[in-house]
Design a protein around this ligand. Structure first.
Ligand code: ZN
Length: 560
């Protein structure tokens, strides 16, 4: 198969094709178009972020036979020679191999001569910090009085090592690592044009492994294409990288939440069969726990649009922030101790078992809220305080709510009371235990208020106040913002002024249905059905016998 490696085939040939580094592009494009290009640029940044690519495009822009501009034609001989990497006036030097002063002198002696073919000579000196002091001095002389036909592009991974005299004569740019999202989008574009099928998760994993370098991403993609025989699937990529699929991580954390030791060890066994590197698995687990903790403790932070954000907020509602911290600590220790374990798998198993043993027996009920000062949170919408004065409803509240004394009864101002009396009371049956989950399922709610609503169980509705219960360990979901939004959505739904009272009462909560538990039950039964149908499938059975195979249950996914 004649095959040009992707990094070469897809090397950007024009400025707009370059991914990332917008700040550098803008300076180069403006300089070129206004014909005021600085004579020396210093690019600091790691490998594979575009230094050579930029200097090639710059060489073309300066030497295109159609004239100097930021949009070289790409057709003329000069443009084509630059693209092919054989343009005589683009001089690439690796300073790491030419550190002697004589080398630099020889190079700089030639600077004086006019370019052979084009208008400008473009020097790209890579790893420029490796030059010796005397080489720097020779270079400095040139930089002080640069010939008009010369442009210098210096690249370095370590700008601190450059003399200040050199630095002060360059326009400095820090080439950034290219963002994960930008890399995966670029990979997707390439694969579409190459007509190669792929899974989005696979590209995310490749982009993550490339760590900001587009060149590394493309060479990993090359490997993935040959590894998967022309198909880029998440499974192949994870196998190739020795990393772990996000889905498997979710299985592990879910098993920890459910105190399901059997599934936990099965997951570990699968990872071992798949040849995963347990150090990388622990890294991935740490990253997931960190995202969970961020979501729980700084919920107002903009949530990323990654595909798994919904799954993540579901997990965050099933585990307390303290437990996440504990699991993180154990994973960190597990990683540290991994080299000392008899073998990586047993080290990983022990880490999981430690997580299991340090978890409270049943995570969803174990954390009791003993703080009587704040077991009840109340959201006041403008007119609500006047609810309490309705005297006959009070015994009713006491009958339902044993912790009555902890209610924060707000002082009602006279104005508010008047206004409330005017408000049309609506039927108490507008909201009930029976229609609670279907009602909130249809409410328009954003991520965090949605999580709050889904995890609240209905207690009662007295025409102006909606009493809800939330498990104490999920108290972090009841942020002021989330409560406000839920109250507002319910007001719009009922077309009446209502307030929401959220109570953290465990006993109460256990007995009532929330949308989250309903959905979880539904998902579990769908999964069970899917697993059953695979086990009862005669074709699967035949394949198992023919190849002496086994079904990996966690990879079964229900489809609609
Ligand atoms: Zn041209």
């Amino acid at each position: 198969m004649s095959y040009l490696v992707l990094a070469r085939k897809w090397r950007p040939k024009t400025f707009p094709e370059v991914v990332g580094q917008q700040h550098v592009l803008r300076a180069l494009i403006n300089g070129l178009d206004q014909d005021r290009l600085h004579h020396a640029f210093l690019f600091s940044g790691t490998r594979g972020v575009g230094k050579t690519t930029l200097s090639r495009i710059l060489a073309k822009s300066l030497n295109c036979e159609q004239g100097v501009s930021s949009t070289p034609c790409g057709e003329c001989q000069s443009c084509q020679e630059v693209d092919a990497g054989r343009f005589v006036d683009l001089i690439e030097v690796d300073a790491a191999s030419r550190t002697k002063v004589d080398d630099t002198r020889e190079l700089l002696d030639n600077v004086q001569y006019a370019p052979s073919r084009g208008r400008y000579k473009v020097y790209l000196i890579d790893e420029v910090h490796m030059l010796s002091t005397s080489s720097f001095n020779a270079l400095l002389k040139t930089l002080e009085e640069p010939p008009p036909h010369v442009k210098f592009l210096f690249a370095t991974t370590d700008p601190q090592k450059l003399p200040v005299t050199i630095l002060s004569r360059c326009l400095q740019f820090n080439l950034r690592r290219i963002e994960l999202e930008q890399i995966s989008v670029h990979l997707a574009t390439i694969l579409k044009q190459e007509d190669i099928t792929f899974e989005a998760d696979a590209l995310t994993a490749l982009a993550r492994a490339a760590d900001g370098s587009m060149r590394d991403a493309l060479s990993l993609l090359d490997q993935a294409i040959s590894f998967g025989a022309g198909n880029v699937t998440a499974e192949h990529v994870h196998q190739m990288l020795g990393t772990i699929e996000q889905q498997q991580l979710f299985h592990i954390v879910t098993a920890l939440i459910n105190q399901d030791g059997k599934t936990l060890l099965q997951q570990s066994q699968e990872l071992s069969l798949q040849g995963r590197d347990f150090n990388l698995v622990l890294n991935a687990l740490l990253a997931l726990l960190q995202r969970l903790a961020t979501l729980q403790l700084v919920p107002d932070l903009e949530m990323t649009d990654e595909d798994d954000s919904e799954k993540l907020s579901l997990l965050s509602s099933q585990i307390s922030p303290e437990s996440v911290q504990l699991l993180y600590q154990i994973a960190l220790h597990g990683k540290r101790d991994l080299p000392f374990a008899a073998d990586p798998k047993s080290g990983f198993d022990m880490t999981l078992l430690r997580m299991l043993s340090f978890q409270p027996k049943k995570i969803t009920t174990s954390i009791r809220d003993t703080d009587t000062a704040s077991p009840l949170t109340e959201v006041q919408q403008p007119i609500t305080p006047a609810v309490q004065p309705v005297s006959e409803s009070k015994p009713h509240i006491e009958a339902i709510e044993p912790k009555k004394e902890i209610y924060h009864v707000q002082e009602a101002t006279p104005e508010v009371v008047t206004e409330n009396i005017k408000a049309e009371p609506i039927s108490n049956t507008a909201l009930s235990v029976d229609n609670w989950t279907s009602t909130i399922a249809n409410l328009k709610l954003a991520a965090l208020s949605r999580q709050l609503a889904n995890n609240c169980a209905f207690i009662k509705f007295d025409s102006t106040k909606i009493y809800l219960s939330l498990a104490p360990e999920l108290a972090h979901l009841a942020t002021d913002k989330a409560k406000e939004r839920l109250a507002l959505a319910l007001q719009q739904h009922l077309n009446s002024t209502v307030s929401v009272v959220i109570e953290h009462n465990d006993a109460q909560h256990q007995s009532s249905q929330t949308l989250a538990t309903q959905q979880a039950e539904h998902e579990t039964s769908r999964q069970q059905q899917a697993v059953e149908s695979i086990h009862n499938d005669s074709t699967v059975d035949a394949i198992k016998h023919a190849f002496n195979g086994q079904v990996i249950e966690s990879t079964i996914k229900p489809i609609d």
